[in-house]
Ligand binder design. Structure first.
Ligand code: HEC
Ligand code: HEC
Length: 292
């Protein structure tokens, strides 16, 4: 905050506080009006308003609030750039709470991380922890049920881009994944793209034949990554094209789009974000989803 705005806040706050204090005391009456006759002159539907003092509880509460306010502004941040005598910050409090939680759960995480993934995946309590970690770090992209969305793989099925063995899953999460599917619009041209999309569709229905106009082009251009039979390659994350599971949709226009512009799915690496123990538990959780 610039010192102008800091000063602006400080002056406004002090003027307001002094103002309300003055208002409270300047208009104060301590005794009931002797004859109970002084009226404010306000009349509502024939009911007249007496000019009596404020109730003591109300007045005292107001004074207490003012005292609290001054105390708060001395000890905590509130007056512009003044940090308060306690030097409290929300970030620091958050960090302390996180550190305390990490310290508390460390032994638990370490004991869970010592178990092999297939065994851990059967541990119901551990998987509840896994589910919570997943909700925090992964659900934004993969969905809270891990069912995925267009461009974000479903983690509940048996179809894996990069393999579903424990090691594959740990590698996916730890280091992230960057898929490289080149764009084919320039190479294949309009007609070539349509033919190829039709071939991909035929592959997924198990109807692809070597007679197909795009069959040969598939062998020269696509088989390096997707395999000669189109069944994919987990080393590259090239999807199996012979099933009816699609990362970017299986409608003809979606396939055409995948071919025309290419696809570059990115799974962010978690190794600098999450501890190895948490990655281990998450891997077991992902493993458990398709091995229930
Ligand atoms: C360099 C390796 C590579 C080559 C060559 C390649 N692909 Fe791909 N392809 C991939 C990868 C990796 C993906 C996954 C992209 C992602 O996850 O974002 C993919 C995705 C696709 C998809 C989307 C699948 C889905 O589930 O939505 C289709 C369709 C496809 N490729 C067809 C082809 C065709 C047809 C060719 C040949 C013209 C081809 N690919 C050539 C690597 C390749
Ligand atoms: C920013 C979005 C995003 C977040 C956050 C994210 N992922 Fe992913 N994840 C992806 C994408 C996109 C892919 C597919 C990459 C590709 O197309 O090749 C993927 C791929 C994967 C795979 C490989 C799937 C396969 O079929 O082989 C696993 C396992 C995985 N993610 C687990 C996780 C876990 C666990 C977390 C939480 C720690 C997580 N992801 C967080 C976007 C994300």
């Amino acid at each position: 905050m610039s010192s102008f705005w800091s000063l602006w806040i400080i002056v406004l706050t002090i003027v307001t506080l002094v103002g309300v204090t003055w208002l409270l005391f300047a208009n104060r009456k301590t005794r009931l009006n002797a004859e109970n006759e002084a009226k404010t002159g306000h009349v509502y539907d024939g009911i007249e308003e007496y000019d009596n003092p404020l109730p003591a509880w109300w007045f005292n509460l107001f004074v207490l609030t003012l005292i609290f306010t001054v105390g708060y502004l001395v000890f905590y941040p509130g007056m512009g750039n003044f940090k308060g005598l306690l030097k409290w910050t929300s970030i620091q409090q958050w960090q302390e709470e996180v550190d305390a939680a990490e310290e508390k759960f460390k032994p638990l995480y370490q004991s869970l991380a010592a178990k092999p993934i297939p065994e851990l995946a059967k541990d119901k309590e551990a998987m509840k922890i896994g589910q919570r970690l997943f909700a925090n770090s992964c659900a934004t992209c993969h969905g809270s049920d891990a069912g995925g969305a267009i461009g974000y793989p479903n983690l509940r099925d048996h179809d894996w881009l990069y393999g579903g063995e424990p090691d594959n899953i740990v590698t996916s999460i730890k280091g992230g994944r960057n898929a490289v599917m080149p764009a084919w619009a320039n190479t294949l041209g309009g007609k070539g793209l349509e033919d190829m999309a039709s071939y991909v569709l035929a592959l997924s229905k198990g109807e692809a034949s070597s007679e197909h106009p795009a069959a040969e082009t598939f062998q020269t251009m696509c088989s390096v990554c997707h395999g000669a039979d189109g069944s994919g390659n987990i080393a590259l994350g090239a999807p199996n094209l012979t099933d009816d599971i699609w990362l970017y949709g299986g409608k003809p226009e979606q396939i055409l789009q995948s071919l025309a512009i290419g696809r570059n799915g990115k799974m962010p690496a978690q190794q600098d974000i999450l501890s190895p123990e948490k990655i281990h538990i998450l891997s077991a959780y992902v493993y458990s989803l398709s091995n229930e």
